[in-house]
Ligand binder design. Structure first.
Ligand SMILES: *Cc1c(COP(=O)(O)O)cnc(C)c1O
Length: 718
């Protein structure tokens, strides 16, 4: 390797390249790119919570140049930049072969939230994470794809726990300059500014762009001096405010989103509504056609032929409903532009148009104005067809036009660093391509490919890293800590013990504290000296959900004041980073929703590639994923009607599976100290779950089933 210092041109090239790389979230799923930002300043990397843009701001130009004059480092940077360029300019992708028609007329994917990375907290939970993973895989597959959402400058709330173990919320202001986003400019080079009509006002908004590999996501932002203060704050927080804020955010998202695409000359071949929040986009499509001189019925048919809709939950609160007063206040101008009466307008969102008391439902609008609709697992499909049968009275329930595509996760994005190193060590430079292929994971069944010993050592390291992470977090959490407590934290959690994880939103149907129903038994299990069990919990309750907050309080109380206090921890401020630590470090991922309310669930899908086994109610994706050998089932494919009966039955089953299956299997060791049966299950989980429950598969399914006008089976035959 030459020792000659870099030329000025080369230095500039690398510096510019790094700045471009930091502003494309591709780096978050590329091991080398991530490590370069990390190594630039390990301390800034920690303090700035893994924000590459902010790290580059923190490191001075001089320092950066000095680092780049180190030949080894410069070579690595150049290699990463080359890899990034190759990715961005790849000529042959899955989509060039399977979905060429979407290259110039992309899918426009609307979602009220996107979860990409912990530094851009504009997601409240699973819906946003799914949208983020969908975008990343659309990019990997080379699919024509643009996303639309809002830029919430205070994001979603941060969680803190007070002295009473009660959740409190606080917000931090996000600074676009320090985030992986850029302003969208108009032809004159000014920030593009558009507007939507809301109530009596014309509300202006600007647009930001987030690069997610080859995909672009546009974020709308009303924080402009031209707007009255309450409209400036419309995009302050994810699902912030009351019903009025909600409907206004949804007008901005749906109607404003279509306007952004038009202003930028993007001509989508279809509009995908990820949940009903964005369904007002259909009104804008109808309005456009009316302006071209079409009649309402025809305009509606055209709009319908361009839209697809995904419903995400059977929980009532997940379906926005607005009364007529609010609709005519917020959307009065739109109604006039559509040249229909308020009755006809309301009819678009009513099951029974004649019922003047029925509120306007966003799901109903989305179902009425889309060419296809789907749920997110097989069981959720059944439940949704039953739920919306009322809209299709002429059809039998099973003919209700709601299909299903089961959710998945973006595997490379969820893989923890150590896991990525493990595979790179094993497979060499091309490891990512292999890991993304369907066939690869079946190799996990072959002990000559990966030995039990290797897998078990890997599992130990993952668990150990989680425990160290948890101890660090708890130390930070406990601000009243005294010096002496360091000892306690060092002893907290045992790196050899069976570790059970539970983390998700604390919606009550997810029943976070269910496992503590048989409290005495759990204490006995946890404290068993030979076969100890420990628990790691995390999750946020909705700010208005006191029942959810009581669940948190109960678990934290147990973690501080019960017999099992050193065997149970609650990690504050659940987010993508915490999620990644937990799904990789735990041995068992617990999921015990009240069936059939977990439409799919995705956190358990992130566990498989880390060798963490699912123990779950037969709901959502697990009902399809479980094969008898790749994890643990709580109960069976049925549930009683009575909620009390269900809770009782599920907690008894949970305890039974834990004591009869999970604990014995984990602790049954051979002479080498290896749990062979447990590892056999890990192999099964990796082989059968990882490729199938990925967004790599899911986005292909969406493309084949819903995005393409010509389904692949008939392609070329017409
Ligand atoms: C994956 C994930 C979720 C969704 O988890 P579910 O199992 O679907 O409830 C929510 N929040 C975060 C931060 C996640 O990473």
């Amino acid at each position: 390797m030459s020792e000659t210092p870099l030329s000025a041109t080369e230095l500039t090239e690398l510096t510019v390249g790094l700045n471009r790389l930091a502003r494309n979230l591709w780096w978050t799923w590329d091991l080398d790119a991530q490590e370069i930002f990390q190594e630039l300043s390990p301390r800034a990397w920690q303090n700035l919570y893994h924000n590459a843009v902010a790290v580059l701001h923190e490191v001075s130009d001089y320092e950066l140049r000095v680092r780049l004059c180190n030949p080894a480092f410069a070579v690595r940077v150049r290699e990463v930049l080359e890899k990034f360029n190759a990715y961005m300019n790849e000529k042959r992708t899955w989509a060039t072969e399977h979905a060429p028609e979407l290259a110039h007329n992309p899918v426009a994917y609307f979602s009220a939230e996107f979860g990409f990375h912990e530094t851009l907290p504009i997601s409240a939970g699973g819906l946003g994470i799914l949208a983020g993973d969908h975008t990343k895989s659309a990019s990997d597959l080379g699919l024509g794809f643009v996303g639309i959402s809002l830029f919430y400058r205070e994001g979603y709330f941060q969680q803190a726990i007070n002295q009473e173990n009660w959740q409190t919320e606080y917000f931090t202001l996000l600074n676009p300059k320090n985030l992986p986003m850029e302003p969208v400019l108009d032809a004159r080079g000014d920030q593009l500014t558009l507007s939507v009509d809301i109530a009596m006002s014309r509300v202006a908004f600007q647009v930001w762009k987030v690069n997610v590999g080859r995909s672009i996501v546009y974020l709308l932002d009303t924080n402009l001096p031209a707007n009255e203060q309450h409209y400036r704050d419309l995009t302050l927080r994810v699902y912030g405010g009351d019903g009025t804020t909600r409907i206004m955010q949804e007008i901005l998202l749906g109607i404003g989103g279509v306007r952004v695409l038009r202003a930028l000359g993007v001509q989508p071949s279809l509009f995908h509504m990820n949940e009903g929040h964005s369904a007002f986009l259909t009104l804008e499509l109808i309005r456009e056609k009316l302006a071209e001189g079409k009649q309402f019925a025809e305009a509606l048919e055209i709009a319908k032929s361009q839209c697809v809709f995904t419903t995400h939950t059977p929980v009532e609160a997940g379906h926005d409903r607005f009364n007529q007063e609010l609709i005519s206040y917020a959307l009065g101008k739109t109604q006039k532009l559509l040249k229909i009466s308020i009755m006809d307008f309301m009819a678009l969102g009513r099951v029974n148009p004649a019922d003047v008391n029925e509120p306007f439902c966003m799901t109903v609008l989305a179902l009425k104005v889309s060419r296809s609709a789907n749920a997110v697992s097989e069981l959720h499909g059944q439940v949704s067809r039953k739920m919306w049968h009322c809209l299709y009275p002429d059809k039998k329930e099973e003919q209700v036009p709601i299909g299903h595509i089961t959710n998945g996760v973006h595997v490379l994005g969820w893989m923890k660093g150590r896991n990525r190193h493990f595979w790179r060590g094993k497979l060499g430079a091309k490891w990512e391509t292999e890991v993304n292929s369907d066939q690869f994971w079946t190799r996990m069944l072959d002990p000559d490919f990966v030995s039990d010993e290797e897998l078990w050592a890997f599992r130990y390291q993952m668990r150990r890293e989680l425990i160290e992470f948890a101890r660090r977090r708890l130390l930070m959490q406990d601000r009243r800590m005294t010096q002496g407590d360091f000892i306690t934290y060092d002893r907290l959690l045992n790196p050899d013990a069976l570790t059970i994880g539970f983390a998700r939103r604390f919606a009550t149907y997810k029943r976070a504290p269910l496992i503590f129903t048989q409290y005495e038994d759990i204490v006995r299990l946890a404290l068993d000296e030979q076969r100890p069990v420990q628990f790691v919990f995390a999750g946020k309750a909705h700010p208005h959900d006191d029942d959810g907050k009581r669940f948190i309080q109960k678990i934290i109380h147990l973690s501080k004041h019960s017999e099992i206090k050193s065997h149970l921890v609650f990690l504050e401020n659940y987010d993508i980073h915490v999620a990644r630590q937990m799904i990789s470090g735990c041995d068992v991922w617990l999921n015990n929703p009240r069936r059939p309310l977990e439409a799919s669930g995705t956190s358990g899908q992130k566990a498989g590639c880390h060798g963490c086994l699912n123990m779950s109610i037969m709901d959502g994706w697990w009902r399809e994923g479980y094969n008898g050998n790749n994890g643990f089932a709580i109960g069976d494919d049925t549930h009683p009607d009575s909620v009390e009966e269900q809770d009782r039955r599920d907690s008894a089953n949970l305890y039974r599976v834990l004591t009869e299956e999970v604990v014995p299997c984990f602790y049954e060791r051979d002479a080498q100290g290896i749990p062979r049966q447990w590892i056999a299950k890990i192999r099964q989980a990796m082989a059968t779950l990882t490729p199938k429950y990925s967004t790599w598969r899911m986005v292909q399914d969406y493309t084949n089933k819903y995005y393409l006008k010509t389904p692949p089976a008939t392609q070329g035959k017409q």
